[in-house]
Unconditional design. Structure first.
Length: 159
């Protein structure tokens, strides 16, 4: 696995003893029923990245523990400050795709980490927060090989 490629500003921010750089997490929620997609930044002001305006919205991401025997799931906690959030989630017929990216506040058009693609699998909420479980594509339970090589499926293989 090759090392992650970071911009020179990101490398400097990581190696300096003190820095004024701020890492921001960008959240994009995509679904065919959501046009346009929803864009959020874990920041105190809206930012524009690659032509999209990310709304300032408080959220937290709890990264999973790294284990070999399970597919990691991530918990995302969003402040429940607007009733439209849960109304929007409930109205979706299928699970939305959630995209996480990390950028520097000084250069929001350069993605330093990501994009990380997840599917929103479960949602719990109360008066203050909405907690969602994000999971990547479950490749551990995919059949291997994908196809059964039989005369009906692949007649050219059989005389």
């Amino acid at each position: 696995m090759s090392p992650r490629s970071l911009s020179s500003a990101a490398k400097a921010a990581l190696t300096f003893q003190e820095t004024g750089e701020i890492y921001l997490m960008l959240l994009t929620i995509q679904h065919p029923a959501l046009i346009p997609s929803l864009y959020f930044a874990n920041n105190n002001a809206d930012i524009t990245s690659r032509g999209n305006t990310y709304l300032a919205w408080p959220f937290q991401v709890a990264l999973p523990e790294e284990r070999e025997d399970t597919v990691p799931t991530i918990q995302i906690v969003i402040d429940n400050i607007d009733r439209r959030i849960m109304a929007g989630i409930r109205s979706l017929p299928t699970a939305p795709t959630v995209l996480l990216e990390v950028v520097l506040a000084s250069s929001p058009d350069t993605v330093e980490a990501g994009p990380f693609n997840f599917t929103l699998r479960g949602v719990d909420y109360d008066a203050l927060t909405i907690t969602g479980t994000l999971s990547p594509e479950d490749i551990l339970n995919e059949p291997f090989p994908q196809y059964t090589y039989s005369p009906a499926s692949f007649p050219g293989l059989f005389p």
